[in-house]
Structure formats: structure tokens, C-alpha cells
Write a new protein. Structure first.
Length: 112
């Protein structure tokens, strides 16, 4: 038997302090948050409009991707495959998918 601990997610050790509220994952307040939120909301809206042009398989992929699209830089950086899938679907449907592809591009620019 081992004494090794396994941590799945953030681990916080606090020694003293007052009014500790939470963990800042590098998304402190400011213009960046508002811009990120706006792009995620726009992408979500555009995907909703695009769904009627998709095959059932593409629509299922978008359905699974929607809950993953959150205005959190750290989370989105870990969900690159989701964004790649959405971008690939947008490219596959042609001109009707261009607004989605553009929104994914703007979102990826914010993640850099």
C-alpha cells in the first residue's frame, strides 16, 4: 500500500488569511473577460443558427460541444479538440459556416 495522494483538479493549501474567496485562474476582471464572454455567446448563438444546415452526425457533435463552450480561458485552452471539431464542421458546410469559423478564429485569438 502506498501513501501517495492522487489529486484530480486544483489543490489549495491555505495557512491563515482572511476573506479568501476562491481561485483566480488568470481570468481576473477587466476587458478580456467581457470580450471572451461576448465571443463565446456569439459562437453559441451562431452554432444554434447553423444546426439546421448540418447532417445528423454534425448536429450531434455540435450538441456535445455546446456545454463545453464556457467563458473561461483555462477551460477553453483544455478543450482545443472541441474548438477544432466546431471549426471543421463550419468549414465543411461552406459559406453558411463562415460566421462560425470566424467566431472560432476570434476565440482562438483570445486563447493565445
Amino acid at each position: 500500500m502506498s501513501d501517495a495522494s492522487h489529486y484530480y483538479g486544483p489543490v489549495v493549501n491555505m495557512h491563515g488569511g482572511r476573506e479568501n474567496i476562491g481561485i483566480n485562474y488568470g481570468t481576473a476582471g477587466g476587458g478580456g473577460d467581457a470580450e471572451l464572454r461576448a465571443v463565446v455567446e456569439e459562437l453559441t448563438r451562431l452554432l444554434g443558427e447553423l444546426r439546421r444546415h448540418l447532417t445528423p452526425e454534425q448536429d450531434r457533435t455540435v450538441e456535445e460541444a455546446l456545454p463545453e463552450l464556457v467563458p473561461d480561458l483555462a477551460a477553453l485552452r483544455q478543450r482545443g479538440l472541441v474548438l477544432a471539431s466546431v471549426a471543421q464542421i463550419a468549414a465543411a458546410v461552406g459559406e453558411v459556416g463562415r460566421p462560425v469559423a470566424d467566431a472560432v478564429g476570434r476565440l482562438l485569438g483570445l486563447l493565445a
